[in-house]
Design a protein around this ligand. Structure first.
Ligand code: NAD
Length: 487
């Protein structure tokens, strides 16, 4: 009996300058299902010549196409049509993402399918309400100045595999709203869903070259971000790659936004309702099996309630249903790749070797012969200096760390190379807001955590540079120009 899986998704061409073009590379990229470990799709790889063509097409669209001449309303209406075209594809997009990276279908249907349309509409509206020019009386008292918001130019968007649609549109939407053009390079693990943007751009009638999709891995990404025809780089991914990209952009004096890793803390106060806290922590700690940049992987518990919190978190972790990511009942799917599982397993081994206690999990679940699964794992009896409490693991691995008082909790939360997210759990919201004000991080939730499209998202320290989303996110795709006038 044959167990061969048919290739569900096949792309033959790259999308460059509004056309489907054959790649000049002889290589292809095969996407492997994290659940079946069998190929699910294939796309062409990219050569440097293809990237040159994509950047040239984006430059042409920026300066010579209808896009360059459209007024804000015409551009915003085109972005809305693009959103509509992506919305029509939302269910299929969610299925593709689940097939590629093992995200449970409930998650990809809630986020990866609908997010592109939501984010594009948000930025279309922001474009309409943000003046392109304003006149200011000169501060010297003589003359006026016309302050213009112009597009920063050709944007290179380099995207990871964990939330490939959302993290791509966090870059595409503000770039288009500002009048820029974009070359998108998805991660090889999730190369297939990126072409949804190409299909929708054609259907919506975006001018040729406004969006271009190239493929490839690290080398293609490195070639793109250092390309002389690129004006700005937007990247989400590992801190290691972010540092490399930041160095290149520093040398080239090229604006860059970097949304990188995290090791965020959930501070549970002694007055917290533990049932509510644990329910709230479920997806803040374990969404997409911990392969989420804002994962709160350090849970800080008051020493007086330490055992209680450890037991509640362990019960939560052990209760989640692991399985086939395309089954709507599945809560946790496999990790994206065997390489990712090996990384997570070596982090768990380091936790054990350092003397931390595994309260639950720590192994591959026995129920599956195939699939890159790992049990949700909770470590206790460790402090914040332990390697599992310091390094981003990017898997379902949580640590519960005791603290003595609120000053100690804030100090532990801040004692990290990272600063992307965090939460505070308390029955006194004012106290929670006071602590949220003190923690050094880019985003923090009180009894809740959900990314707000209208507010800046990003990190401090090794979690990145710059912000995506909201008016602040739009501003990073804008080049200001001051026109001085004598009257
Ligand atoms: P990565 O950062 O290496 O890759 C992300 C994207 O950047 C991919 O498209 C990749 O092709 C590209 N890329 C990599 N190096 C580049 C370079 N020097 N120049 C230009 N582009 C480059 O991530 P990965 O190897 O897929 O995963 C490794 C680790 O990164 C994970 O274990 C996890 O810890 C972390 N990660 C974090 C996030 C996040 O959202 N913060 C996302 C993905 C991965």
């Amino acid at each position: 009996m044959s167990h061969q899986t048919e290739l569900q998704y096949q792309r033959e061409h790259l999308f460059i300058g509004g056309e489907w073009r054959p790649s000049t590379s002889p290589d292809t990229i095969t996407v492997i299902s994290p659940f079946t470990e069998q190929p699910v799709g294939r796309a062409p790889d990219t050569s440097p010549a293809d990237i040159d063509a994509a950047v040239a097409a984006a430059r042409h669209a920026l300066t010579r196409s209808a896009w360059a001449t459209w007024d804000v309303e015409t551009r915003a209406a085109a972005i809305d049509r693009f959103a509509d075209a992506l919305e029509r594809r939302a269910d299929e997009t969610a299925r593709i993402v689940t097939a590629e990276n093992g995200m449970p279908i409930w998650g990809s249907s809630a986020v990866e399918g609908p997010d592109p349309a939501r984010v594009l509409r948000h930025f279309a509206q922001l474009a309409r309400t943000t003046p392109q020019e304003e006149r200011r009386p000169a501060a010297s008292g003589t003359g006026t100045t016309l302050v213009r918001r112009e597009p920063v130019g050709v944007v290179a968007a380099v995207v990871p595999w964990n939330y490939p649609q959302s993290l791509a549109v966090f870059k595409i939407a503000p770039a288009l709203a500002a009048g820029c053009t974009v070359v998108v390079k998805p991660a090889p693990e999730t190369v297939l869903d990126a072409f949804q943007f190409a299909d929708a751009a054609q259907e919506a009638g975006l001018p040729d070259g406004v969006i271009n999709i190239v493929t490839g891995g690290r080398d293609a990404g490195a070639y793109l971000v250092s390309h002389p025809g690129v004006d700005k780089v937007a990247f989400t991914g590992s801190t290691e790659a972010g540092r490399a990209i930041g160095e290149v952009c520093g040398r080239l004096l090229r604006p860059v936004t970097l949304e990188l890793g995290g090791k965020s803390a959930a501070i549970v106060l002694d007055d917290a309702d533990l049932g509510r806290t644990v329910r709230g922590l479920t997806w803040v700690c374990l969404a997409h099996s911990g392969q989420t940049c804002y994962t709160n992987s350090r849970i800080l518990a008051p020493r007086s309630r330490y055992d209680e919190v450890v037991d509640a978190i362990a019960d939560l972790a052990a209760s989640l249903q692991i399985g086939d990511p395309s089954d709507p009942a599945t809560q946790l799917g496999p990790l994206v790749s065997s390489r990712q599982r090996e990384r997570v397993e070596s982090a768990i081994a380091a936790g054990r070797a350092g003397g931390a206690r595994v309260v639950t999990g720590g192994r591959r679940p026995a129920a599956f012969e195939r699939g890159w699964f790992i049990e949700p794992t909770v470590f206790a009896d460790l402090d914040n200096s332990h390697t599992v409490a310091r390094e981003e693991i990017f898997g379902p691995v949580l640590t519960v760390i005791p603290y003595d008082d609120i000053d100690d909790a804030v100090a532990i939360a801040d004692d990290s190379p990272y600063g992307l997210a965090g939460t505070v759990w308390t029955s006194d919201e004012d106290k929670g807001i006071e602590i949220a004000r003190r923690v050094r991080t880019g985003t923090v939730g009180v009894n809740f955590y959900d990314i707000d499209l209208g507010a800046p998202f990003g990190g401090v320290k090794a979690s990145g540079l710059g912000r995506e989303l909201g008016p602040e996110g739009l501003a990073s795709y804008v080049a200001y120009k001051s026109v001085y006038l004598s009257r």
